[in-house]
Design a protein around this ligand. Structure first.
Ligand code: SF4
Length: 351
């Protein structure tokens, strides 16, 4: 089901003295030009944008932050994304790992012990994850007596594979489109953008709670295409949307480029919240990598999801999604920033 935009929040923001923020409902405002302006907001207008986003979150979810437990299954990947150290060209240099079923089940048990009921499996894009993850899903569902969200982020797969994983118990699936600019997308991912979008449509059609997301600040990206990222997520009928600042990771062709702008990333989050108040929007670890306190800033901009890393400690350092310096989110960090934001931890909304 499509989430309806809270256009009033956006259209009432331009001037502080315009009065009641909920008085105008002008859906036409959700266009490229308006989004472009707000993506660039700074100073007082930006603070009002964030305040409106927090209010939209409060109305939709209360003061709650949904907490996920992440397990990274393998760092092997057949794709060659320009921005990722786990890209195919680095396979020989990287220390490749693949979790055993025992390691996966132990990680899931640890997630349960921490009171989290979203088990999130992420991996590089390789065919074998369909079997590896598919075979453990029923066991994890049984471990939680059925009261669990099984969230996957395993890359492009066939419709048959998506259906198999769903039949095994998967609830939700994240497949980030990364950038809605078709030329830039294919330049960055060396893979078909049209197929990616078709996969997202397939996920929605087959009954997954589907997530997408964008990288902010890729070399050659325009602000207009970031506006398009938001419109695309809405048009796809996504249930979850993310924005991550670009991290120029070592051992990638983009290592020498400047990082993505945190302020624009936060504006993207706030606009996403206002565009579709029921979206699940994470405050991603890349925000913390880019700026101390970045994930708290994400919550202050309207995000409502945090992810704790439960990958076995000796394999975490080999999951090089942003290079070796990525910020590993632990349970106590999540407790601290949730409490400091005046919010409370919450369970899956899809169970
Ligand atoms: S971003 Fe994902 S699909 Fe692209 S190379 Fe890295 S792990 Fe593979």
């Amino acid at each position: 089901m499509r989430n309806e935009p809270a256009a009033s929040c956006l259209t009432s923001l331009p001037a502080a003295d315009e009065g009641d923020a909920s008085s105008d409902v002008i859906p036409e405002a959700w266009n490229r030009a308006t989004l472009r302006t707000w993506l660039l907001a700074k100073g007082d207008p930006q603070q009002r944008l964030f305040a409106a986003a927090r209010e939209a979150r409060r109305t939709a979810f209360g003061d709650r932050v949904i907490v996920r437990g992440l397990v990274e299954v393998t760092n092997l990947c057949r794709v060659n994304c320009e921005f990722c150290p786990m890209r195919r060209d680095n396979t020989r240099e990287n220390k490749i790992f693949e979790l055993s079923e025992t390691q996966i089940l132990e990680s899931a048990a640890e997630i349960k012990r921490c009171g989290i009921n979203i088990v999130f499996f992420q991996a590089g894009e390789v065919k074998r994850t369909t079997q590896i993850v598919g075979s453990v899903l029923p066991k994890i569902r049984a471990m939680f007596d059925g009261r669990v969200e099984l969230l996957l982020c395993l890359g492009n797969k066939s419709e048959e594979e998506y259906r198999y994983l769903k039949n095994q118990g998967a609830t939700s699936y994240i497949l980030k489109h990364e950038t809605s600019d078709p030329q830039l997308n294919e330049k960055m991912r060396h893979s078909s953008f049209a197929n990616r979008i078709e996969s997202l449509k397939t996920l929605v059609r087959t009954g997954y709670k589907a997530g997408t997301g964008a990288i902010v600040g890729l070399p050659g990206q325009t602000i207009e295409s970031l506006a398009d990222d938001l419109l695309l997520a809405r048009d796809l009928g996504a249930h979850m949307v993310s924005a991550s600042p670009f991290i120029p990771a070592p051992d990638t062709p983009l290592a020498q480029y400047p990082p993505g702008d945190v302020s624009i990333t936060l504006n993207f989050i706030a606009l996403a919240r206002l565009m579709s108040p029921r979206w699940l929007i994470p405050s991603v670890s890349a925000l913390e990598t880019r700026r101390n306190g970045g994930q708290s800033a994400g919550l202050a901009a309207g995000a409502n999801v945090l992810t704790v890393n439960f990958t076995p400690i000796n394999e975490r350092e080999n999951y090089l999604i942003y290079g070796k310096d990525r910020y590993i989110v632990r349970n106590d960090h999540v407790n601290e920033i949730v409490a400091n934001s005046g919010l409370e931890r919450a369970a899956s909304v899809f169970v």
